[in-house]
Design a protein around this ligand. Structure first.
Ligand code: HEC
Length: 117
């Protein structure tokens, strides 16, 4: 009985800690285009920003390859759109904001100069 109570308590604590401190689980030190940024874009953006999978391309902006994403990273609109900073339309358009950790990875990658890594 005592063991069951301890297990319940510790799993509860773990859940709460994850909610309160998501940044701890979001280590952007090794951010890369191929492992992080392109995966996020594939998940949330290509339904509207791909020549292959979209019937109309949002704003004419293609994000399915590095050069397309790089252009939006360099002009600041990629980060503005996902971070809701007021300088671009909020993306994903009509959806809810992407997880803060994904935004942190995009930001870290842009700060590095948006390398093709
Ligand atoms: C439901 C379709 C849709 C989705 C999903 C979507 N976009 Fe867009 N996007 C658009 C449209 C349409 C535009 C043209 C501008 C507008 O209508 O607001 C646009 C414009 C943009 C712009 C230019 C914004 C500006 O104000 O200059 C960027 C950058 C962008 N999208 C990035 C993204 C990223 C990154 C994602 C994923 C996190 C995403 N989009 C998801 C439809 C979409």
């Amino acid at each position: 009985m005592a063991i069951a109570v301890v297990c319940l308590l510790s799993s509860c604590f773990y859940d709460v800690e994850q909610e309160l401190y998501p940044a701890d689980l979001c280590d952007t030190a090794n951010v890369s285009f191929s492992n992080h940024v392109s995966v996020t874009i594939e998940t949330y953006c290509l339904s509207c920003h791909s020549q292959i999978s979209s019937s109309t391309i949002g704003g004419g902006i293609v994000l399915e390859n590095y050069s397309g994403v790089k252009a939006m990273a360099d002009n600041g609109r990629l980060l503005s759109a996902v971070s809701y900073d007021g300088n671009a339309s909020t993306m994903p358009k009509g959806g809810s904001q992407i997880p803060s950790c994904d935004i942190a990875f995009i930001k870290a990658w842009v700060v590095l100069g948006a390398p093709n890594n």
